[in-house]
Ligand binder design. Structure first.
Ligand code: DAH
Length: 341
């Protein structure tokens, strides 16, 4: 038994030289140290060793055990160090890791695109306030307290006890017209994108808020035909220049005359479809010549200045353009929806 232990010592020393990988280390462990390995079988045999030799054999058996364990531990830690060294060095030949970038929200894309179209022809972006007072949202826009058009826009009022004015969430970006005219003298040429709020029932077609883009141009001798020209330019850029547009008479308290603009249905190319309700036209915005009363409210002389204004909703147009069936999809932040744009 002593001889056997002796020869195993030298065999293990030779085997240990060959350990250069995790696999060969494991081989070593299986051969010597595992449950069915040589060491355990020696301990089994040890039971049969005669009494008088037990001391000597036991000692060398224990020494063998320690030295095998030591070989294993040393090799293991040496291999581990090499491994971590390798991990520290970057492999420059590996392909780069791609990560998901977010995209701009469809609505922001539209607000930017529309603003950009007007910026190209000299309009400046001016953002008004989402929390407004009644004066800027209604009164100064020629919509006094009992004016019936207030009923068209169900308003969220804010508790304004103790305040000098009644505050509300703006129902239209038109309030930005007043804000800018109070600030600067003509010429004024602004485009104002933003969110507006109305107390409406939530459904697939309406929410309590949506987005609008407002435009205003005031100078000497601004005419209705300039309004028409500008809006045709916009429709050409945004919807495609092959589509026809038309203006229909309408009513807004802050413009006189007022009109609504339709663009040929870009889905059916005016043949008539469900979306355009078989009329061949889609309504895209309201517009008109700024009412002289509005100029008086901001201290512009209506005898000297004239101007046009227009305002359009964003969600509805986007729904038509991209076939989005439910307005709530814009705000649910479902990545599968957002990723498509
Ligand atoms: N503020 C109107 C609305 O929310 C839209 C509008 C119509 C804006 C005519 C204008 C305009 O500037 O001239 O329904």
């Amino acid at each position: 038994m002593l001889e056997k232990i002796e020869s195993l010592n030298s065999e293990a020393a030779i085997d240990s030289e060959r350990i250069n990988s995790a696999d060969s280390l494991e081989e070593f462990r299986l051969k010597y140290l595992s449950r069915n390995g040589i060491l355990n079988s020696l301990f089994e045999d040890f039971k049969n060793v005669e009494k008088e030799s037990k001391g000597k054999v036991g000692k060398s058996l224990n020494e063998l055990k320690l030295s095998l364990q030591k070989i294993y531990d040393n090799k293991k830690s040496a291999l581990g160090q090499n491994e971590s060294k390798a991990a520290d060095t970057a492999d420059l030949s590996l392909p780069g890791r791609t990560f998901n970038k977010g995209t701009r929200h469809l609505i922001n894309q539209a607000l930017e695109e529309i603003s950009g179209i007007f910026e190209k022809i000299g309009f400046k972006v001016y953002e008004g306030f989402e929390i407004e007072d009644e004066y800027h949202n209604f009164d100064a826009l020629n919509t006094p307290e009992h004016h019936p058009s207030r009923d068209m826009q169900d308003t969220f009022y804010i508790d304004s006890t103790g305040k000098d004015r009644k505050y509300l969430l703006r129902t239209q970006t038109s309030s930005a017209q007043i804000r800018i005219m109070e600030k600067i003298k003509p010429p004024v040429r602004i485009i104002s994108p933003g969110r507006v709020f109305r107390n409406e029932d939530v459904s697939s077609r309406s929410l309590a808020f949506f987005h609008q883009v407002e435009g205003l141009y005031v100078d000497k001798n601004v005419t209705f035909s300039e309004l028409k020209g500008t809006l045709n330019y916009f429709a050409g850029e945004y919807f495609g220049s092959s589509l026809k547009t038309r203006l229909r008479p309408s009513f807004f308290p802050f413009t006189e005359p007022s009109a609504e603009m339709d663009v040929e249905c870009f889905l059916c190319k005016s043949k008539g479809c469900r979306v355009c309700k078989y009329t061949g036209w889609l309504e895209i915005l309201g517009c008109g010549m700024v009412d002289p009363n509005v100029f008086e409210m901001v201290g512009y002389d209506p005898e000297v200045y004239s101007g046009y204004a227009f305002g359009m909703g964003i969600e509805r147009t986007l729904m038509i353009k991209h076939g989005v069936p439910d307005i709530r999809l814009f705000y649910e932040n479902d990545i599968r929806f957002l990723k498509q744009f």
